[in-house]
Design a protein around this ligand. Structure first.
Ligand code: AMP
Ligand code: MG
Length: 299
């Protein structure tokens, strides 16, 4: 699901009740994917919002309203590095389509859309919102996966799991420990396939999410084009090769992993300010991290 393979690991407990817990957690995560995705063929309120004429208000279900509020908060706190209104721009780049693109779209088209996006989503009532122009389209791709793994973990716990991990293609939610030792989370080397830059030792309730330019990309005329866009230029962000955030709130951790990727090392202070830890591999391959991260990383 969510465009990746999701792995559930549970330490301890009974086989049968663990399997029931996993099935229910997977169902919950699939529900969330269906609710937020702007891809696949099923309709949902996010798609309704994106096709309602600009200026008209749309009432969103509480769950979508809440994640939109979180998204707008991160947008403000990150000085616009995170932007939940990049739907049309993302579609233009095409990285989420089944058929991967092989060359970048026309520069004037990118400029035309990008100029209209800043703060284009406005409140229009209690849980109602409107968009200011037709290029403005919601895309929760940078936050919904973190929200989904957090909700999935909640379901595991409600079903008796005390030591567990959900791994959605490297985006991780964990609880408890791996028996008598902490969970060990390898952070992928952004350039050397199969290698890690270090291992995080983590316990209790934590989310660990990585955004990387190696996840979805192509090389065109010697240059790398990937799926994380700088909302200012409308182009793939240039400051990082990967960004990993560690924190308690899965949705926030996911949103900040994307924001931090766009910001590069200068974003570490912001992440720290909001009570999270992080590490960034910058554009030249140098590793930067918060103090809290240093104490948990084995290299
Ligand atoms: P992630 O892998 O969590 O960094 O999310 C990347 C996905 O979020 C992309 O595939 C887009 O759908 C969307 N996205 C790309 N750039 C941004 C951005 N600057 N802010 C918010 N969402 C973005
Ligand atoms: Mg993200």
């Amino acid at each position: 699901m969510m465009g990746t393979v999701v792995t559930f690991t549970i330490h301890g407990g009974e086989q049968q009740s663990n399997e029931t817990a996993i099935r229910k957690a997977a169902e919950e995560m699939q529900r969330i994917e269906g609710l937020f995705t702007i891809y696949n063929e099923h309709d949902n309120p996010v798609k309704v919002f994106n096709r309602t004429p600009a200026g008209e208000s749309v009432t969103l279900p509480p769950e979508i309203d809440a994640l939109l509020r979180t998204s707008l908060e991160v947008q403000e706190q990150s000085n616009g590095a995170f932007d939940p209104a990049l739907g049309e721009l993302n579609k233009l780049w095409g990285f989420s389509q089944t058929e991967a693109p092989s060359s970048p779209p026309a520069a004037d088209r990118i400029g035309q859309i990008t100029r209209q996006l800043r703060n284009c989503i406005r409140p229009a009532g209690k849980t109602a919102w409107k968009r200011l122009n037709a290029h403005c389209q919601l895309d929760f791709g940078a936050i919904a996966k973190g929200y989904a793994i957090a909700r999935g973990m909640r379901v595991l716990k409600e079903n008796g799991v005390t030591n567990g991990m959900i791994n959605a293609g490297g985006d991780i939610e964990l609880t408890g420990s791996h028996g008598d030792r902490p969970w060990r989370i390898g952070i992928r080397h952004p350039r050397n396939r199969g290698e890690v830059i270090g291992t995080l030792m983590l316990e209790k309730n934590v989310s660990v999410v990585t955004s990387g330019d190696y996840e979805r990309f192509y090389i065109f005329e010697g240059k790398r084009y990937h799926h994380i866009l700088d909302p200012q230029s409308g182009m793939p962000a240039q400051n990082s090769q990967s960004a990993t955030v560690i924190g308690k709130n899965g949705a926030l951790v996911d949103a900040w992993s994307t924001a931090l990727f766009v910001l590069g090392p200068k974003g570490l202070k912001m992440v720290e300010k909001y009570g999270m830890d992080a590490l960034v591999v910058d554009r030249s391959g140098q590793l930067h991290m918060t103090e809290g991260c240093r104490s948990r990383l084995r290299q």
